[in-house]
Ligand binder design. Sequence first.
Ligand SMILES: [Zn+2]
Ligand SMILES: [Zn+2]
Length: 250
Amino acid sequence: MRIDLHTHSTASDGTFTPAQVVTAAAGAGLDVVALTDHDTTAGWAAAEAALPPGLTLVRGAELSCRWYTDGDSIGLHLLAYLFDHVSIQEVRGYAAGGTVGRPHLAHALIARGLVGTVSEAFGPRWLGQRYRLPKADIDVFHALALVRAAGGVPVFAHPRASVRGRIVPDSLIVDLAGAGLAGIEADHEDHSPQEREHVRALAKELDLLVTGSSDFHGSNKSVTLGAYTTDPRAYHRIVELARGVPTVTG
Ligand SMILES: [Zn+2]
Ligand SMILES: [Zn+2]
């Protein structure tokens, strides 16, 4: 069984439509694929409608979260699997705040006659410096509670991916495990072999399940579907733990 539990479509920042993701997943020889667009479930219906025979779809999302600590904060991503639609509206409410980004502000600056063009707005005088907007990320403990309340299974995405920026300390992962985190992504292209081993050891210590996935983004990244996969036992555990929506098989 080949299982890839982390992919993006055009519903967020991937280049494949949700239908193309599931078609390509079957083409790549996967048995199970999770669609985990950033802060949205908008691709679920189209992916489900296009499911090739025999492929199982795990409906999910990747939530933009933040750990707030001592006047400082670090961004992190939480994968949420098989949650239902009711409680997640609250998460999406936060995410909608988060999607008000630099392009919106650029247009606001133009509308006020402060800059002439979007590229000027993105230049060092304005958005490059004065208006650097952090996304309105959701507090990670709040996100965990919401995912659990929605019957979902929360998994910490690429926790050691220091190539992307600052990473959280292991002590936070201990706290997250105590607050209901179910698993942790070890096999990911942004983790070195040593980092993967570190994550595995931590998961063992904290009794967290371990996942591996491509974090496929279509042609926005070079990684291919199924480049990293999840052990069937971990996948079955996720399905067992879920109380939100079921998996769907084409
Ligand atoms: Zn991510
Ligand atoms: Zn991702």
